[in-house]
Design a binder for this molecule. Structure first.
Ligand code: SAM
Length: 285
């Protein structure tokens, strides 16, 4: 079977080779060529599944020239699958520029879903997973790291970061300094032999890794800011937030929930205040 002139983003295992989907294998077997972040790394996966296809390299340093070459080949009638060293292309990995280029050239892009370290770590973290923010890698520069953390320190959503082992300790220390001592889940070596999920606090994690050298790949999942730790605003400000949201089309219950989350007041407090205001104004009439 030959695939259409599409770009396929094929997710590959983040450690355990058994985690590839049948559809991912079928796609890799059917495209005309594969663009791989590192052709030697992908060769192991392709050999394991006896997939024999022309492979070219596509990584952050050749993305521009190679991207145009890939797009021209697809426009000329070929199909291409993008794979990275591990996980889902475009997620802290090459692919984003190529997708943009395909979109500009009206080439359909199909994502073949599969492993992703951030989502697996979040799912296993034990921290709220309903709303989260994926923050990728923090800057290697201290000023960049601190600025990034300051930007998100009031976010109530769970925060998900990627980090390399040799940078883990200084990142945990910076997080502790800027975010405060929050709960954290460290997902190490997911799907591999030494897989481990450690649920602790940022200060305890930093103290532990001060004594023990971090080894392997890590996802850091940090609890969001607790509503009670948010700067306390006036109750009338919370009411105003709720009323503005309703005016902009939000349903009252959802508006109250969001106003409560943003201000640290309980939903009922805000409701009571509104009802109080209304009955006061009735009395005056
Ligand atoms: N695109 C990949 C994905 O979908 O997860 C992420 C690639 S990014 C360059 C690599 C980072 O992902 C690592 O530094 C680590 O933070 C995280 N990571 C990848 N594999 C992992 C694993 N098996 N266990 C824990 N973290 C992992």
């Amino acid at each position: 079977m030959n695939l259409l002139q599409f770009l396929y983003l094929v997710a590959t295992p983040i450690g355990n080779l058994g985690d590839i989907s049948q559809r991912a294998i079928d796609t890799l077997c059917s495209v005309d060529f594969i663009a791989a972040e590192d052709t030697r790394v992908s060769a192991k996966l392709l050999n394991h599944y006896h997939i024999k296809k022309p492979v070219l390299s596509y990584h952050q340093h050749n993305a521009q020239g190679r991207g145009e070459e890939i797009v021209n080949r697809i426009l000329a009638g070929e199909s291409c699958a993008v794979v990275t060293d591990a996980g889902t292309p475009c997620i802290s990995d090459p692919g984003e520029e190529l997708v943009k280029l395909c979109a500009e050239n009206k080439i359909p892009v199909i994502a073949i879903p599969g492993p992703n370290a951030a989502i697996s770590a979040l799912a296993a973290s034990g921290l709220p997973s309903g709303r989260f923010s994926f923050e990728g890698f923090l800057s290697v520069k201290k000023t960049g790291r601190i600025a990034h953390l300051n930007e998100i320190k009031d976010d109530a959503r769970t925060l998900v970061f990627y980090e390399a082992p040799h940078k883990l300790l200084r990142t945990l220390k910076d997080m502790c300094e800027v975010l405060g001592d929050r709960r954290v889940s460290l997902a190490r070596e997911l799907t591999k032999i030494h897989e481990e999920i450690v649920r602790t606090t940022l200060s305890e994690a930093a103290a532990y890794y001060e004594e023990n050298t971090p080894r392997g790949e890590f996802v850091i999942v940090v609890e969001g800011k607790k509503p009670e730790d948010l700067p306390r605003v006036d109750l009338s400000d919370a009411v105003k937030i709720m009323e503005d949201l309703i005016e902009n089309g939000e349903k009252p219950a959802a508006a109250a929930r969001r106003a409560a989350r943003e201000t640290g007041y309980r939903k009922n407090e805000i409701y009571r205040h509104i009802t109080g205001i209304k009955s006061d104004s009735k009395k005056k009439m």
